[in-house]
Design a protein around this ligand. Structure first.
Ligand SMILES: Cc1cc2nc3c(=O)[nH]c(=O)nc-3n(C[C@H](O)[C@H](O)[C@H](O)COP(=O)(O)OP(=O)(O)OC[C@H]3O[C@@H](n4cnc5c(N)ncnc54)[C@H](O)[C@@H]3O)c2cc1C
Length: 374
């Protein structure tokens, strides 16, 4: 049986970042992933993720985002892939809505640079986006797009280059928690002094107290062809996020040939992550209809629908992350319930989990403790 300082369960977005950080910090670390690295069964796939700092969800995330930005810079500098497109983000909504008010709150609290545009100014600068007369827009130049699978692969590669052991296609079947934890897969028995659970939609299989807090939701992504006459067909066009009476919609210019569009609100509740593979035809059709309707009205360059994909949101009751120690086992840590907005934070969460394994203070993530929900 191999012995490690730390075992990371699940090498997706947060797990690959955590494994990399642990290995760079000199731990003997092992990551165990049930599928290939950068697979399409969890929450870290579908080409692109928005990264931004003027965080409408809560200003408390901004220090974590500043850390994430620093770390993504380093990860990209050590990667031979493009990971991060700095094309900015245009956020559009009613001036008194959750989106614009939330951004303003983060901007004021942390003095972040953004550009405010009236509907008219926005239409002139970005003619590819429809802006209702009574809406406003905020352009965040420092925002951009992460190429999600490339990021996961790069972080996993950097972890192994720094000395981590990585097992892919090895589902963990059982863990005997104790002073030393013993993890069992079909082919391996692994001992570790500490365990970090970064299992996304599967987190509550290992952290039972999370079961009553986490809800899994099926989310759909739609891709459309784009006209080349205007700039949405240009990958340098900003990503977008709309608050509308019918929900939150967001997307990306044609970075990989097509415009990607999705609805952030809603989602079909799933009993477990494997239920993603059941038949959801009626729900998927409804999602497509909603996104088609949005794209027709608001994205003046999006043309023919091309393809769809599904992904899982693991949602906490207040839609904030849960990062903590297992209530019963001091040496078991986790990051879960990332509620559909966690990828941009992956390196910062990896750093915090690594610090927690060393008993260091992690006060910038204190607002994410499990205790708030109990
Ligand atoms: C459609 C969609 C759009 C999103 N858009 C954005 C966005 O624009 N910006 C943003 O910041 N975030 C976004 N998010 C959220 C973000 O992608 C997720 O919060 C993040 O990727 C979750 O990472 P994770 O590591 O928790 O989960 P995952 O990446 O799913 O990783 C968990 C891993 O654990 C593995 N695992 C589970 N159980 C076991 C086991 N028993 N043995 C071994 N391995 C196991 C899984 O196979 C998986 O690889 C979006 C999410 C979705 C679905």
């Amino acid at each position: 049986m191999e012995h490690y300082d730390v075992a990371v369960i699940g090498v997706g977005g947060v797990g690959s970042a955590t494994l990399r950080t642990l290995a760079l910090a000199g731990f003997s670390a092992v990551g165990i992933e049930q599928f290939e690295i950068a697979h399409a069964n969890g929450s870290s796939h579908g080409e692109t993720r928005i990264i931004r700092q003027a965080y409408f969800e809560h200003p408390d995330y901004v220090p974590l985002l500043k850390l994430a930005y620093e770390l993504w810079e380093k990860i990209e500098a050590h990667s031979n892939r493009t990971l991060w497109l700095r094309n900015g983000l245009l956020e559009i909504g009613p001036p008194d809505g959750i989106l614009i008010q939330g951004i303003e709150s983060s901007v004021q609290t942390h003095d972040l640079p953004v550009r405010r545009l009236t509907a008219d100014e926005c239409r002139k600068t970005y003619p590819q986006y429809h802006v209702p007369e009574d809406f406003v827009a905020i352009f965040e130049e420092n925002a951009g797009v992460l190429l999600v699978e490339e990021c996961v692969k790069s972080m996993a590669e950097q972890a192994t280059q720094a000395g981590a052991t990585l097992f892919a296609n090895e589902p963990i079947q059982k863990i005997d928690f104790g002073n030393t934890h013993v993890l069992h897969t079909a082919n391996q028995t692994i001992a570790a002094k500490q365990v970090v659970v970064t299992a996304g939609g599967w987190a509550s299989n290992w952290i039972a107290p999370l079961r009553r807090h986490l809800q899994l939701r099926r989310k759909r992504l739609e891709w459309y062809s784009a006209t080349s006459s205007r700039s949405q067909a240009d990958a340098r066009c900003p990503a977008f996020f709309y608050e509308l009476p019918q929900g939150y919609f967001y997307g990306f210019p044609a970075i990989i040939q097509q415009v990607k569009v999705a609805e952030h609100s809603g989602g079909k509740v799933l009993p477990n992550p494997e239920a993603q593979n059941d038949d959801h035809a009626a729900y998927d059709e409804e999602c497509r209809r909603r996104v088609d309707t949005f794209a027709r009205e608001y994205l003046l360059d999006a043309q023919e629908w091309r393809k769809s994909q599904s992904c899982i949101y693991t949602v906490s009751p207040d839609e904030h992350f849960i990062v903590d120690r297992h209530p019963e086992f001091e040496n078991v840590l986790f990051a879960a319930g990332l509620s559909g907005h966690g990828f941009k934070f992956a390196p910062a969460l990896g750093q915090i989990l690594c610090d927690m394994t060393q008993g260091k203070k992690t006060s910038i993530a204190d607002f994410l403790r499990l205790q708030r929900l109990t």
